[in-house]
Design a protein around this ligand. Structure first.
Ligand SMILES: Nc1ncnc2c1ncn2[C@@H]1O[C@H](COP(=O)(O)OP(=O)(O)O)[C@@H](O)[C@H]1O
Ligand SMILES: [Mg+2]
Length: 320
């Protein structure tokens, strides 16, 4: 699978200098584009780095979804392996999420894997809205009202917590986490600007009460995110292939491109990089493919819209 070695940096050089030279390193090693990985040493030495050169793309083949990896929102969800085969697992409990990347890069596929996992959690209610076909087709209007409903639930839960003298909501089957999933989020800002104010409220106040929002959009510009501060509230960022390098910072946050999150070099749908409290180094991962023929799990899981029409369970009443 190639080779790796530890290098010492010249005095005053940093790993960022090496990352900035990756294309030149790949060229002088006579390897293919995207074959070289640079990472900090396990002991985090500032004056050393590890270089890994792959002779074959470990993510050359699609990976079928293996079925739900969790039974509770308190467990991290597995989206698929990193290149060293370690699973890209991430916790969504009391966290908002943002999935970005060009059209066709695998955002909706990953939302499907997410929903397949959340469906297996006894302590979760999912409200899913797919705005792909645009909102002019009206059927989504009632779903948009759900965002206002979610704010009502959020406020009632906050009151309950205050009364009980507790700081955070621990989801249980009776008092589940409410996870609102919105695909093609930019349509919301375009066509239902009022709803984005509710989304902002959820962003600012939803975590403690386990009312969280997961949005997928191609480019989460201020305009696409509804002008508010929602993007800054997103704790889990998953970046699929981007067309322009600067979109890495748009999706993952300022400075991530220079820190080595080269999502513009991801070369197939479903490949992603993840930034989250438990993932702070740039590594490539490959998403499981929920559409693959070999996938196990609920075949009825056809798209995010299903949950929008039939929430899997009745929404919890504000009183629990
Ligand atoms: N994890 C994956 N592995 C392999 N192929 C994938 C994966 N995810 C998506 N694809 C392929 O890419 C296509 C586009 O994916 P999709 O999730 O619809 O992208 P997006 O929502 O970003 O536009 C899918 O139809 C599928 O063929
Ligand atoms: Mg999509």
């Amino acid at each position: 699978m190639g080779w790796h070695a530890r290098f010492r940096l010249a005095r005053g050089q940093t790993i960022d200098d090496v990352i900035a030279k990756l294309p030149a390193i790949e060229s002088s090693l006579g390897t293919y584009r995207g074959a070289v990985r640079v990472s900090p040493t396990p002991d985090d030495r500032a004056d050393q780095f590890e270089l890994r050169v792959l002779d074959k793309d470990p993510h050359a083949d699609a990976i079928a979804w293996s079925g739900p990896s969790v039974a509770s929102i308190t467990q991290p969800i597995d989206f698929g392996p990193f290149e060293d085969a370690a699973p890209a697992r991430v916790l969504f409990l009391r966290r908002h999420g943002l999935f970005g990347g060009v059209s066709g890069s695998g955002k909706s596929g990953a939302l499907n894997v997410l929903m397949g996992n959340l469906s297996a959690c006894r302590d979760v209610v999912i409200w899913a809205i797919d705005l792909k076909k645009g909102m002019e087709l009206a059927p989504w209007a009632p779903c948009i009202d759900r965002l206002a409903d979610a704010v009502v639930i959020l406020e009632a839960r906050a009151d309950m917590l205050a009364t009980a003298g507790r700081r955070v909501w621990e989801p249980t089957p009776d008092m589940p986490a409410l996870i609102i999933i919105i695909d093609e989020y930019a349509e919301l800002a375009d066509d239902a600007p009022d709803a984005t104010a509710d989304a902002d409220s959820i962003g600012r106040r939803g975590r403690a009460v386990a009312v969280t929002l997961i949005a997928a959009t191609q480019r989460p510009t201020q305009k696409a995110m509804g002008q508010g501060a929602l993007r800054s509230q997103m704790d889990v960022r998953i970046c699929f292939r981007v067309r322009e390098r600067k979109d890495v910072d748009l999706i993952l946050g300022q400075g991530m491109l220079t820190a080595g999150w080269h999502a513009h070099t991801l070369n197939a749908p479903g490949k992603f990089m993840i930034s989250a409290p438990e993932h702070d180094t740039a590594r490539r991962a490959q998403g499981q493919d929920a559409h693959s023929e070999a996938s196990s799990g609920p075949r009825g899981l056809q798209g995010p819209h299903r949950g929008a029409q039939e929430p899997q369970r009745q929404a919890d009443a504000p009183d629990g």
